[in-house]
Design a protein around this ligand. Sequence first.
Ligand code: SF4
Length: 307
Amino acid sequence: MRQHKLALCKDHFLDWVPEQVEHTIRRYHMFTHPDKLLLAVSGGKDSLSLWDILYRLGYVVDGLYIGLGIDGGVRYSDASLEYAQLFAQDRNLNLHVVDIVAEYGESIIELAIRTHRGRYKPCSVCGLTKRHVMNRFARQNKYYAILTGHNLDDEAAILFGNTISWVGSYLLHQAPVLEANRPGLIRKAKPLCRIYEREMAAYALLRGITYIQDECPYATGSTSLYHKAILNKLESDRPGTKLSFYLSFLQAKRNGLFSPSVDQKVESIHTCPECGQPTSAPGRCAFCRMLVPVEEIPEFSQSKGAS
Ligand code: SF4
């Protein structure tokens, strides 16, 4: 690992990765052993490896798989679920499944087409839905925190994109831990945020974890993959660039570079009258507005017709 000026054998590497994750959990005060934790599981290498690491570290973590109804010619959602179930069964872990089609009557793609929010790239609908479902499920079942498998490459690519366009509110919110600072909002943590993607791939391989190798079919050509490719070039020329980019950003935040005044809207607290989830604007939250647009609500159409 040139980025760490470190070379380890298999056994030491398999000890080193959990040590790094434990260090990250403590460094950012993410959670402690008695906390009830929910991990967003996609069936990919990062989320399954994180589950394996937390299990080895003695944390009690349940998994949540969200079935998006994506096929893409590779049975993407069905195959992902099978890997997640296999992993959980082998280790006797608790995996919850929320199926979007069963729950809301439409797959992510159908939702995106019906609401005209991305016929060819349903990613914004997908992201909104996953955030809504994760928070709702964790709230209803009283989890202390939602964990995700974002690794250093993911975080550096997000940071790179937000820096290029200087989106102050996004930079303000990017952190290893997102506090539950509004009623109804569940704490979120990213215990892999300092671990390189290659390190996670090596960990999964050496631990014999089987996971879905296919990317989501809609990830092809995405901006985040493009940014990852640029950062990979920088990393290859100067090992350690991604880590230093991300850690320097966190240090700059601690030094006050991004103050809440960058986006005053973050202080707003409202509750969606439809689903009861927190929302930044008064009225129905973005997810409920997407699910049933205002023009499809009978009272609204009638009053519109009457006027
Ligand atoms: Fe969802 Fe696939 Fe887009 Fe990721 S790439 S946000 S899983 S649709």
